[in-house]
Ligand binder design. Structure first.
Ligand code: NAD
Length: 368
């Protein structure tokens, strides 16, 4: 494999994937519509040698041009805000579902060896839990009435508090947002397509990705970028619920390496694979670490005590399958990477649109 098409290649993850590929001797072509909410008209630094086709993944002509003469595709183009997907439904379904469909139809006419799609941890809904006696619970869900009363943690039918454990790929998907639904559609379509047409297909279920280059002024995505944007603008980070919810933060360079490995490791074909750090952090702890890295340790987060519709309590990755099939090993963690992230934030204009995002959700009754 030599020439690789990366859709959504100008985005946060796409630019790192392009760099990882060019560094490893691949020719890279990017297809990206340069969506305003992500790029805000800003200049984009692309790796030297990468070819850019400015075009929409729903546009058959642009996609046909993009797939001609490529050996493999990494499909990242998507609208990526969970909360926003709950009211801009046509936009999310359009880009994510229809866009993937248009891409796959183009690949019937211009076959490739391999396609790797960015799926998401959001497809799991709640992560995996265990009862006190070690019974696996893979369909845990919170009751709306509990959330309304501020009872955030998950309980069994008998009222026992459940413990979150690393989520593996066997966990049953539970789609709680339009975004999650579209990511599941992307994942399944690519794997079904791969099987039907004899194309090696891989889906990487990404957990919370962080690192330099995240869209700081786009409040709909990236909790770390949101915190940094608030702090850079002299405000306190805002946290939904009580801040004890846990997530897995994986560095964007580790994610880029995972995409390259997914192109290269034949045994990954046909699989959906978690890509995370394998560590759980509470959101409150993440806000503290970001404040510390930015030299503002004394601005504590504002704990809202409210929940967003479709939000889950805990989800962090079991990455045994990624280690086994891809030889994936995360090299970065929050503790050793936030310094670099903070330096990048200092040199970047961050417009804080957090309040705007909250208003959009509250007006539609999507916060309780
Ligand atoms: N960032 C995360 O934490 C995370 C987690 C799980 C999954 N993912 C997935 O990874 C992929 C990349 O995410 P990201 O964080 O880099 O997002 P991003 O918003 O930075 O990048 C997405 C890119 O896709 C482009 N795009 C959007 N609509 C398009 C369209 N109709 N046609 C062509 N290009 C279009 C945008 O201009 C942007 O450059 C997405 O598929 C996302 O769902 C991201």
């Amino acid at each position: 494999m030599k020439r690789i098409l990366v859709t959504g290649g100008c985005g946060f993850i796409g630019r790192h994937v392009a760099q990882e590929l060019t560094k490893n001797g691949y020719d890279v072509r990017l297809l990206d519509a340069l969506v305003d909410q992500v790029h805000g008209g800003e200049a984009i630094n692309l790796p030297t040698g990468a070819e850019l086709i400015k075009g929409d993944v729903r546009d058959r002509d642009a996609v046909a041009e993009a797939v001609s003469d490529v050996d493999a595709v990494i499909h990242l183009a998507a609208e990526v805000g969970v909360g926003q997907s709950m009211y801009e439904i046509a936009r999310y379904v359009g880009t994510n579902d229809l866009g993937t469909a248009v891409l796959l139809e183009a690949l019937i006419k211009a076959p490739v060896e391999r396609i790797v799609v960015a799926s998401s941890m959001s497809i799991y809904g709640e992560g995996l839990y265990e009862t006190a006696d070690g019974k696996r619970i893979d369909d845990a869900r919170r009751k709306t009435s509990d959330i309304k009363e501020g009872r955030w943690d998950l309980k069994s039918a008998a009222g026992e508090i459940l413990s979150p454990v690393p989520t593996d790929e066997e966990k049953r998907p539970d789609l709680a947002s339009i975004y999650a639904l579209t990511k599941y559609m992307q994942e399944r379509s690519v794997l079904i397509f791969g099987q039907a047409y004899g194309v090696d297909a891989v889906a990487l279920r990404l957990f919370n990705v962080f690192g330099a280059g995240q869209a700081l002024s786009n409040p709909y995505t990236g909790v770390l970028a949101n915190f940094a944007s608030r702090l850079a603008n002299g405000k306190r980070p805002t946290i939904f619920e009580d801040g004890e919810q846990q997530r897995d933060f994986v560095h964007v360079r580790d994610v880029a390496a995972a995409f390259r490995l997914a192109l290269e490791q034949r045994q990954a074909a046909g699989h959906a694979i978690n890509i995370g750090s394998g560590h759980a952090y509470s959101i409150r702890e993440v806000a503290r670490l970001v404040g510390q890295a930015m030299g503002i340790p004394k601005r504590p987060p504002e704990i809202l005590g409210k929940a967003r519709s479709g939000d889950i309590r805990n989800c962090f990755a079991d990455i045994a399958k990624a280690r086994d099939l891809l030889g994936f090993e995360p090299m970065h963690c929050l503790e050793n990477s936030l310094g670099e992230f903070a330096t990048w934030v200092r040199n970047t204009v961050a417009i804080d649109r957090g309040a705007e995002m909250r208003r959009e959700l509250e007006e539609r009754g999507l916060v309780s």
